[in-house]
Write a protein of this length. Structure first.
Lengths: 448, 482
């Protein structure tokens, strides 16, 4: 895709001013994507798509409203501006509403390597072939891999532009690529599905399709013969993907909207101990080619590295301009945009690694659960109460002994973070949120 | 709203985009018909409005318009799908070319699909759809809800009230020469309360809606009930004790706890998983999968319900499908693709989140029929157990059949009496076996208030559930009290 065009946004903002808006900002996303899925060697679904959306926020003094449209025709854009202006007049004044000061806006957009300019354009057939290779590798691992939910290859290119009524207008482009494989293993009438994936800003950075397929197959195979265990309180080890989901819950509780609504278990905890001393949680939006990287946030503020938890102490919340003003703090440049307006979101969020190998963490447990999958929504962001369905492997005398399913793990996130007594050395930035293997001294496992 | 012609979808798309069913059929014929087993073009125009009141202030007022077209070509089990948000003949032709590319490679497999012919229902024609109702009336309601929620208990410190409304106009034309459209209103009012006492904080939420007019919320002061229920739940949880952990008898209250059916069996009976043989229910039609007290149906034809549709997103009229009859597995939920490949009839369950997604077999309103028992007797029959009244979300692993769902309001049952409230506990079970544990079914079937949204393959669609009071023996409860 060519350079980002901010001209359309600027003209929309001009109309908003004509319609009485005292300030306004707008975000434009244009995206094209392709995906191909293959199942049992045959093409299953191929999707081409092209999407665009312009979202607008207008202020009438301290009252504001948002509107968006995927129809970028002149008539539609005019209607969107008029509707937003009318909505803003209908809403009440809010003393904290407003754009960030223009002095805080980024002046130069850094090149974070978010768009792959080198990947050669592939034909749909070549992309289908990537998915086919990934699935074939999974199917070849073991005769017990008998079926498949398929393998998918996708690529996506997007352009973002942001402009404000005080003259800011910048944009950037991104790309992403990925492969996912979901094989089914069967034995003695039991079926287990698992999956594995790779995703990256540059196609060349993807794992080989065959490697993704083999890992997926091994993950499905190791679940065969799964059983329930007796209800007990034991040490729990979360693998990197499930550990990342715990980190996401912490970030949710640290985000401005949860805090000013008093709906967070981290309320009034800034500067105090919220986790074991070994815990360091960082959000870094400037990582070269990072999946969560962005040059500026949804309000034009420069992305940066934020230490959220340092040596177990909560050092920063995640704030946009509005929630920061509500809390009497400064924005941490974590505004995000969607059609509905401005929110708060992380960039590349990670739990920094410790020095223990995952193998040694497992070896330190006499009897406990190694969690590889979590399902359900049992996390209460207000209290931190936590109870989710889990599957994984039982640890017996320091070794992974047999697969476990149909159990829950439960506790309270603050207690769980306080009880972290081992952090692996295996941090890999596979997703926007990443964590190494994580050991929690004890949690309740409910089963038989 | 004047911009949205409430008339026939055919006229809407022809006036606005110059795209008529005749043109769509010609496009299908020229590009697709003789080369593929099935094909269709789906047009959609959607307006959403969201109003959020927080701290007595309208915090968010937003309005979104999205439009687009999806073109699909199918050959054998293969689907080519292309979509664009710029509806024009040129873009539709290009999308058809992209969708066809897959079919060209694959060749035709044989039988042409049966079109989804049949008379569409008329389940939600409204004199005034919620999207057009005056903003001032809506904001007034939000303020009243906020005040009522705060007034119902002094411990309520924060209230968030959300009113979401949408209107979708869709038109689908299939290769077999069938074109049908629908206009779908939808609205939902949601109340979240945060209660505080002695340094403890808790959250309660309640809401409802459907394919109904704004006045639905005013009937019998429904809004006031939503407000006080949210407050009651938040305050109740302040005194909740740790949930028990382990195996015990569970009694589910009527209504929204029907999410059990959605997770434990509904997804596992969707045609795609069964065609592929990846569901824990694959190949089990005619087998006993539940207690004989259990009959479960999926019914997309109930007037004004959130999960109902006049026609599904492939143009097939929705129906009432018996999934389990007296404990025996009777049916699957089918879209056109999976019905064709399995030699079955489409059941009107082909649904998509929007034009940007190909249809999948999905649930509509899924519920268990009423039994004979007095609900109070069911509770009295339990020595020690859990009484679950309301739930957050649930999730299922289709292949292993393992599902969970999380209680947001639950109590201990001790010696036949409902006693202390417990903190959020997760229930976990195995789909093919969970309903064999149903030992009592109440006569008090209720459908939920109209709040459900179901996610599958990254696509969200509105759904409904329902349940009478039921007793389940030996369920695993995932609390922290060992």
């Amino acid at each position: 895709m060519s350079e980002v065009d901010t001209g359309l946004l600027v003209s929309v903002l001009r109309r908003a001013a004509e319609r009485g808006a005292t300030a306004a900002d707008g975000f434009l996303i244009e995206e094209t994507s392709f995906s191909a899925s293959v199942r049992l060697g045959q093409v299953d679904t191929v999707t081409h798509s092209r999407e665009q959306r312009l979202s607008l926020r207008v202020f009438a003094g301290r009252a504001s409203a948002a509107a968006s449209t995927s129809d970028l025709s002149k008539a539609s854009l005019e209607r969107v501006v008029d509707e937003a202006a009318a909505l803003a007049r209908a809403t009440a004044e809010d003393p904290h509403a407003g754009l960030p000061g223009s002095e805080a806006l980024i002046d130069r957009v850094p090149d974070l390597g978010l768009s792959d300019h080198e990947a050669p354009e592939l034909t749909p057939e070549e992309k289908i072939e990537i998915a086919r290779r990934a699935e074939a590798a999974a199917l070849a691992v073991d005769p017990r891999i008998t079926n498949s939910e398929g393998a998918e290859y996708f690529d996506r290119r997007a352009r973002y532009a942001y402009a404000t009524s005080h003259g800011f207008a910048r944009g950037y482009a991104t790309s992403s690529f990925g492969i996912t494989v979901s094989p089914v293993a069967a034995q003695n009438g039991e079926m287990q599905r698992d999956s594995w994936y790779t995703t990256a800003r540059r196609r060349a950075a993807l794992e080989a399709p065959e490697a993704v397929g083999r890992t997926a197959a091994e993950r499905a195979l190791r679940r065969l013969g799964a059983r329930k265990v007796k209800t007990t309180e034991v040490p729990i080890i979360f693998d990197p993907d499930t550990a990342a989901s715990l980190i996401r819950s912490i970030a949710g509780a640290a985000s401005g909207p949860s805090l000013y609504r008093r709906a967070s278990f981290l309320l009034e905890r800034l500067g105090s101990r919220v986790a074991a001393a070994a815990v360091n949680l960082v959000d870094d939006g400037l990582i070269e080619a990072g999946l969560g990287s962005r040059p500026f946030d949804g309000e034009g503020l420069a992305t940066r590295r934020t230490a959220i938890v340092e040596d177990g102490v909560l050092r920063s919340y995640l704030l946009d301009t509005y929630s920061a003003r509500k809390l009497g703090l400064a924005s941490t440049h974590h505004a995000t945009r969607d059609g509905a307006g401005v929110g708060v979101g992380t960039t590349n969020l990670m739990l920094l690694p410790g020095s223990t190998s995952p193998r040694d963490l497992i070896a330190s447990v006499k009897s406990g659960l190694y969690v590889t999958e979590l399902i359900g929504f049992g996390v209460n962001g207000v209290t931190g109460d936590y109870s989710r369905g889990a599957a994984g492997l039982w640890i017996d005398n320091g070794e992974l002994a047999y697969p476990v399913e149909e159990v829950t793990v439960a506790g309270n996130l603050l207690e769980m973070f306080d009880r972290i007594d081992g952090i692996g050395n295996d941090l890999v930035l596979r997703e926007r949120t990443s964590a190494p293997t994580l050991k929690i001294a004890r949690m309740v496992v409910a089963g038989n | 709203m004047s911009e949205l012609d409430r008339g026939r979808p055919e006229r809407f798309f022809s006036d606005r985009f110059n795209v008529t069913p005749a043109l769509m059929e010609q496009l299908l014929g020229d590009n697709l018909a003789r080369r593929v087993d099935d094909a269709d073009i789906y047009l959609e125009y959607r307006v959403n409005e969201e109003l959020v009141l927080e701290e007595n202030v309208v915090k968010k007022a937003s309005r979104h318009v999205s439009q687009g077209a999806g073109v699909r070509a199918q050959a054998g089990p293969r689907t080519g799908y292309a979509h664009t948000d710029d509806i024009s003949i040129e873009n539709l032709t290009e999308a058809a070319r992209q969708a066809r590319a897959i079919a060209d490679r694959a060749g035709q497999s044989g039988a042409l699909a049966v079109g989804g012919r049949g008379r569409p229902h008329d389940l939600y024609t409204l004199a005034e759809p919620p999207i057009v109702t005056e903003l001032a009336r809506k904001l007034d309601l939000l303020r009243k809800v906020d005040a009522a929620c705060r007034a119902s208990d002094p411990r309520v410190k924060q209230v968030i009230v959300t009113l979401a409304s949408e209107d979708v106009v869709m038109l689908i034309a299939t290769a077999s020469g069938w074109a049908v459209g629908d206009v779908r209103p939808l609205t939902r009012l949601n109340v979240t309360a945060i209660a505080e006492s002695d340094g403890k904080r808790e959250i309660g939420a309640f809401g409802g809606g459907g394919r109904v007019a704004f006045d639905f919320f005013l009937e019998a002061e429904r809004w006031r009930r939503f407000a006080s229920e949210a407050a009651r739940q938040a305050v109740l949880k302040l005194s909740a004790v740790d949930a028990p952990a382990g195996t015990m008898t569970v009694v589910l209250a009527p209504g929204w706890p029907g999410i059990l059916l959605h997770e434990a069996i509904g997804h596992g009976l969707e045609g795609d998983f069964n065609r592929k043989g990846t569901s824990a229910f694959s190949g089990r039609l005619g087998q006993k999968v539940a207690s004989e007290l259990v009959t479960v149906v999926d019914d997309g034809t109930i007037a004004n319900r959130r999960g109902s549709l006049n026609v599904d997103d492939e143009g097939t009229p929705t129906g009432r499908t018996v999934l389990i009859e007296n404990g025996v597995l009777r049916g699957y939920l089918q879209d056109r693709l999976n019905a064709r490949l399995m030699g079955m009839a489409p059941t009107g369950n082909g649904r998509r989140e929007s034009f940007a997604h190909p249809p999948l077999p999905r649930m509509t309103n899924t519920f268990m029929l009423a039994g004979q028992d007095d609900p109070a007797d069911i509770l009295r029959s339990v020595q020690r157990g859990l009484y679950a009244v309301s739930f957050g979300g649930g999730q299922v692993d289709i292949t292993s059949g393992k599902f969970v769902f999380s209680a947001s309001e639950a109590y201990l049952i001790e010696n036949g009496a409902v006693t202390r409230p417990v903190k959020g506990a997760t229930l976990i079970g195995n789909g093919p076996d969970a309903l064999t544990r149903v030992s009592r079914v109440g006569r008090d079937l209720a459908l939920d208030e109209g709040i459900g949204t179901c996610g599958k393959d990254g696509q969200s669609v509105p759904v409904g559930v329902g349940l009478p009071t039921i007793r389940l023996d030996e369920m695993t409860v995932g609390g922290t009290a060992v």
